[in-house]
Design a protein around this ligand. Sequence first.
Ligand SMILES: Cc1cc2nc3c(=O)[nH]c(=O)nc-3n(C[C@H](O)[C@H](O)[C@H](O)COP(=O)(O)OP(=O)(O)OC[C@H]3O[C@@H](n4cnc5c(N)ncnc54)[C@H](O)[C@@H]3O)c2cc1C
Length: 475
Amino acid sequence: MNAGRAIQAIHIVGGGLAGSEAAWQIGSRGLPVVVHEMRPTRSTAAHKTAALAELVCSNSFRSDDHEHNAVGLLHEEMRRLGSLVMRAADANQVPAGGALAVDRDGFAAAVAGAIEAHSLIEVRREEIAGLPPPEWNSVIVATGPLTSPALAEAISSHTGEDALAFFDAIAPIIYRDTIDMSVAWMQSRYDKAGPAGSGLDYINCPLTREQYGAFVDALLAGDKVAFHKWEATTPYFDGCLPIEIMAERGRETLRHGPMKPFGLTNPHPGTAKPYAVVQLRQDNRLGTLFNIVGFQTKLKHGEQVRIFRAIPGLERAEFARLGGLHRNTFINSPRLLDATLRLKTQPRLRFAGQITGCEGYVESAAIGLLAGRYAAAEMRGEALPAPPPTTAIGALLNHITGGHIGSIDAGPRSYQPMNINFGLFPPLASAPKNDSGRRLRGVEKALAKKRALACRALEDLGNWIGDGDQAAAAE
Ligand SMILES: Cc1cc2nc3c(=O)[nH]c(=O)nc-3n(C[C@H](O)[C@H](O)[C@H](O)COP(=O)(O)OP(=O)(O)OC[C@H]3O[C@@H](n4cnc5c(N)ncnc54)[C@H](O)[C@@H]3O)c2cc1C
């Protein structure tokens, strides 16, 4: 630590997934932190509460399979790095097949409880409505996809880069006791039990070929929310396309996406094999609410009720929440940030979370974790080596700070938000082989490759983790 110099607090703007994780990492390293969170004084279009780390939409952290899935691997790496977000998620799981889903209120309470009880972390409920004051010499901006307009404007006029916007859409939530279980049935795809499930975790609603055709027609004809002028020219994020846009891309697109019938068997006697299936996933610990998987939409509310009630089993469905549309703000990180997430033109400002152009709860928290560690190391006058690019967290950081390569239409929009995926990892030195040394093919090869990438990642992460991290993880 720098001798003879008083340690100043590190300031974090935004107490969401990234800001909360960053605060925890800094506090765990014995440094004072102030988190500035604008809710409840001012809210966003998607947040409903004043809670830190509120999950604004789905309650899923996606797959928890750390051997074959990149986000599952990121979960595991974060656990090993002492992540508060993962600790709170693990402690508040609800059944969801192979996915890690959480009770959203229990999760947020666990994060907030740990932050608010930490003696080195102070939470101030206030909006930072412009660039942070110059006397704050270490700041993490973690204000997320719904950064308040005043701050977004200040960032944009300082960087000279236009903030980008695209659509994230919210999927509807239904009261479970209004679903007709004489038509629907409980089953996880391929009966996968996952970390908190039983293999019977999803509600499945079957459609015949005719019903599927009528559903696609209804989606195409349904009344949609009109675009704002500024929205009309922004591209969709392919991982989060509204269902009606998927339907526009081809009549069979949904049947090969969220409505795929594979790995599911209708147990009701006398029923034919479904042509398509709508799945609903548990949304709260009590099991009273279920969300329609992958049904983010910009259909008008009345249309959603009419069209979704035409799905067999949902004829009398009551909706706890209907789908919606939201803005997403993110900066052109590969151009603006250095390798430790600092703004090149003003290195006292670091960025973290979805505003850097990662996508998703887990990814946002992971970048918060790194930003917190970098800020703490810098304040203590210590060097923190970059996480190996072969790890999920290192691959994600690399994508944000430089891994992205401008495409032929390079420009501000060529950098798009990204979920963690194995495509961001450096390739293996050699292709995996079977026990007798023969090269693998097809699915076997793909699975072996993922296992080898995951195994390499965890081994390299282990080498990167120092004694300090072990202590934080044990806390
Ligand atoms: C509508 C919507 C739905 C989404 N659905 C999902 C989903 O289902 N699954 C998924 O994995 N990801 C989803 N995301 C994407 C994203 O992962 C989450 O938004 C995630 O919460 C991002 O984490 P974050 O910490 O970067 O931002 P947030 O969690 O949004 O935290 C940012 C915080 O900063 C505060 N803030 C903003 N401006 C200021 C200011 N000027 N001063 C002080 N405080 C400020 C906000 O109130 C907020 O608490 C969704 C995003 C949106 C917008």
